[in-house]
Design a protein around this ligand. Structure first.
Ligand code: SF4
Length: 356
């Protein structure tokens, strides 16, 4: 199926002229990018439609300009080569490109789409491969970006083949939103499943980390794309933020995780929205987000109840593990400093706190 891409809100006939003019101002700061497949999932009669909220700008993004940072997880600090991050000793991240199949409005890496992204992504994957080869502690390599499935399959094959020969790399994770934004990328590519089948096996597993955020994204086309990845031998996980106005109800969140478990995708991480510029309208206080998460978990069977609620913080992945009337309990799920891993940190609840 032909999927048409749009970079200009004036090309969306569903918006009124006044609306278009207002949103055009937003896109000068935070660019718009979406395609016909995803835009067709929107109920345009509903201004608060959750799918619309994920991809169509809102003037609320310009509201509190002092809020947030350009690089909220301080990825720059952990970047060892252009396009290669090494934050946790066993895991390296390769940023394979600076664009996705759509610009999620709440993206924490939106700086890549705004400007300078091209300097932060891999220009020379061979030097990244050499770095990984030289660091025997790296057992996991994550390809992300931007979306790695935007690469030609032949280019993806080159990178995966190089990684296949590095003995200490056991898991290759591909972070992609293709099954959500453009499932035809997978459905229409007969070579991709063969490539996954060839690389993934007992010595080297390929995981796809998908990014479904709302049950309505699980369309028949998305299910088909997911089925192809599963059949090719990949392991499938899903992560997403808890987004205000999208999945901030226990029922919606539970339905999302339940449906994902039904199609063979394990819920993995639910993120507190990172405080990137323009993201305040998509975020909410940590305590509120965690309560929603907890309520959703009560509605799920074990197979659907596998996600952790985490903050991907500059200090590491901080998991919220409990809360009572006065305190919120967290622990370092991952940290660049190994002696911090699993350390508990208890904090007084602040109902206004969006980040640590
Ligand atoms: S898919 Fe991920 S990296 Fe791409 S725009 Fe969405 S949140 Fe950002």
């Amino acid at each position: 199926m032909e999927v048409k891409y749009f970079r200009d809100v004036t090309d969306l006939p569903q918006l009124s002229v006044e609306e278009t003019l207002r949103l055009k101002e937003v896109t000068k700061k935070f660019p718009f990018y979406a395609n016909s497949y995803y835009l067709d999932l929107i109920n345009w009669q509903d201004e608060a439609d959750p799918i619309r909220r994920m991809v169509v700008p809102t003037t609320e993004e310009l509201e509190d300009e002092s809020w947030g940072a350009t690089d909220p997880s301080r990825e720059k600090y952990y970047t060892t080569l252009p396009g290669l991050q090494h934050k946790y000793s066993d895991t390296a991240i390769m940023l394979t490109g600076d664009s996705c199949y759509g610009n999620c409005r709440y993206c924490f890496r939106k700086r890549l789409f705004v400007d300078g992204g091209r300097y932060e992504v891999l220009r020379d994957y061979k030097s990244a491969i050499s770095y990984i080869e030289g660091h025997k502690e790296i057992s996991n390599v994550i390809l992300t970006g931007g979306d790695p499935l935007l690469l030609e399959t032949s280019r993806l094959r080159d990178i995966l083949t190089e990684l296949k020969w590095i003995k200490h790399v056991k898991i290759i994770r591909i972070g992609t939103k293709a099954p959500v934004y453009n499932p035809f990328r997978i459905i229409d590519d007969a070579v991709l499943p063969r490539l996954i089948d060839k690389i993934s096996g007992p010595q080297k597993l390929i995981y796809f980390v998908l990014h479904f955020s709302h049950p309505r994204e699980i369309t028949s086309e998305a299910v088909k794309a997911v089925g192809i990845l599963l059949k090719s031998g990949a392991v499938l996980l899903n992560h997403h933020p808890l987004i205000r106005g999208v999945n901030d109800s226990p029922e919606v969140l539970a339905e999302l995780h339940r449906k994902l478990s039904f199609i063979g995708v394990s819920p993995y991480y639910v993120y507190q929205v990172r405080p990137a510029k323009g993201n305040k309208t998509y975020s909410m206080p940590i305590a509120r987000a965690y309560r929603i998460f907890l309520e959703s978990q009560k509605q799920l069977s074990g197979t659907a109840k596998r996600a952790r609620f985490v903050l991907s913080h500059k200090l590491g992945k901080i998991e919220v593990v409990g809360l009572d009337e006065n305190y919120i309990y967290t622990k370092y799920h991952r940290s660049p400093k190994n002696d911090l891993v699993d350390r508990m940190v208890t904090m007084k609840i602040d109902e206004e706190k969006y980040w640590l």
